[in-house]
Ligand binder design. Sequence first.
Ligand SMILES: [Zn+2]
Length: 429
Amino acid sequence: MSEAAQPARRIIARCRELAQVSDVPGQTTRLFLSPATREAHVLVGGWIRAAGLKLRIDAIGNLRGLLGSEDLPRLVIGSHLDTVIDAGAFDGPLGVMLGIELAHASAHDHLPFAIEVIGFSEEEGVRFAKPFLGSLAATGELSENILGLRDAEGVTLRQAVAEFGLDITLLPEAHLSEYALAYLEFHIEQGPVLDSDGEPVAVVQAIAGQSRIQVSFHGHSNHAGTTPMGRLRRDALAAASEWVTEVERYASGCEGLVATVANLEVPGGAANVIAGRCFATLDVRHAEDAVRLQAVESITAAARQAGERRRVAVEFKTSLDQTAVPMDTVLADNLAAACARFTGKPARRITSGAGHDAMILAGRLPPAMLFLRSPGGVSHHPTESVNVSDVEAAYGAGLEFLRSLRDDRAMFDLLVKRASNHRREAQNA
Ligand SMILES: [Zn+2]
């Protein structure tokens, strides 16, 4: 049995046990600073202590465990403990449990750095309709505006923190240590790529940038029976439909691009009425911002052309324009080499189509991410799962990665230098 077999089984068992801790009986639903979160803190906090780490809960409810002394350079390993509604067991917690096991296994490895494991309190954004609250607190970006946000019950974030028994004036203590060196996150892929290619893990190269746009087609409603086909019709739905297939055609021809039209809506639609208005949402993602922005330009031009042919006006409203976040190339190469040493074959590289805490941490630290295969590509669903052998591969690669930083002094010194350069660049940006 490999050195990774037992930890991998424990990691999975703990994710499954944590999945029982829920705000809704019979589901896995753990919302930010909810009763289930309090219970999760007790359970996961116990595992962190048992692994030999020093435990604390910061002012935004991030659960943190430190191995090693406060003034050593520090590698941060994290992911989130909150979930979507009716979630699976692994999106988030898997990365936290892997971090705990890796820290535990490293306790006697004489690493030249400390390891801080963070279970972020809020990544999904369910309660306050604002994701990444935990990681934003760690990077010092939790603004007054955010603290004033209200949940569905009208409770502000500031009040929720107080009601949970935390002290918001201690928020500065939630900031990452000045000695923090790099951020490492393990996460399930939440997509079908690794599963369909038969790959256990992949090193993330970048988190894709995203554009979200509301598109409105304005034509003219009229009687479906008495208005002949052709120039007398101003059919908003026909214009939108032509455009939808053009979006699919364009994105299919562009390497790495995903573009999706969803929420197609025909207000007041009826069988005998030509659609006067049609609304749609457009979501475009790519690892390179230039490619994404070019795609948005071409796709919106195609909507206008489909409209013009029918005298249908088209309007666009951008609701999200988020730049891509590249992962640190040195860390990524190191992680890939660690994977190759453990699995015996080169690690695959992948772009993350979804957002993760690493995206926020990247504003402060060089980031790295390792994806684990999602069997069936399933995520955000109770049937979400992982393969034991894939968790073994991630754990084994993680240990190799940590030991390489211990054994390769030049590499470690390079990371220390990169961390201070990264911080300087972030401050100047
Ligand atoms: Zn997640």
